[in-house]
Design a binder for this molecule. Structure first.
Ligand SMILES: Cc1cc2nc3c(=O)[nH]c(=O)nc-3n(C[C@H](O)[C@H](O)[C@H](O)COP(=O)(O)O)c2cc1C
Length: 185
């Protein structure tokens, strides 16, 4: 299975975790393709045909981004809006994504225990991510359980980031036979 990472980070130079994750993923070019949108499109103009061709040649798409304002950064949204076009991603007789899965790889500053009913941010990450789950449903892709690194802040040690990058590589390299899909799928 060949995995395509669509990554966006508005300030990759200042990133610690996403940058490390991309570095780790790039160690496996035979299994993982890294497409880092801000690096590829510094002017913010996405080559839609090129992105669609990339998607067509992979069977697993992972959107990687830092969680900003309880959402994805704008370039991921722009990618979804511009690349997932009717007649290609969805619509009458279209089944491109039926054989593909959609994953999310997210870094968050907030701790996991604060994303809970009764805690400071009240909602679980799975709830906050329902627009992505429904997007996967809409295009008939299989939605994977998101891979999330919580509690990232300036005190996060290099060793923790290193461990998280190794866990990310394990997640990326797992095969479809393993139970990565949500139970409801
Ligand atoms: C503009 C902005 C908004 C943020 N919003 C959130 C948020 O809504 N929830 C959260 O958990 N963390 C939030 N954070 C923290 C980032 O998610 C965190 O700094 C990032 O994931 C760390 O990854 P990096 O080292 O790759 O930059 C925000 C950070 C910035 C700069």
């Amino acid at each position: 299975m060949h995995t395509l990472i669509i990554a966006a980070h508005p300030s990759l130079d200042a990133s610690r975790v996403n940058r490390k994750w991309l570095e780790e993923a790039r160690k496996y070019p035979e299994r993982i393709t890294v497409s880092s949108l801000h690096e590829k499109y510094p002017d913010g103009v996405i080559d839609i045909a090129a992105e669609q061709a990339l998607v067509e040649s992979h069977d697993r798409i992972v959107l990687q981004f830092p969680f900003y304002w309880f959402n994805c950064p704008p370039m991921i949204k722009q990618w979804l809006d511009e690349v997932l076009l009717e007649g290609w991603a969805y619509g009458e007789g279209v089944d491109l994504f039926r054989s593909k899965s959609l994953g999310l790889a997210i870094t968050a500053g907030v701790r996991e225990e604060d994303y809970r009913p009764g805690a400071e941010f009240r909602y679980e990450m799975a709830t906050l991510l329902t627009p992505f789950e429904l997007t996967a449903q809409y295009i008939q892709a299989r939605y994977e359980t998101p891979f999330v690194q919580y509690g990232v802040n300036s005190r996060t040690s290099d060793a923790e980031i290193e461990r998280s990058a190794k866990r990310y590589a394990d997640y990326l390299l797992q095969t479809r036979e393993e139970p990565v899909l949500l139970e409801s799928e």
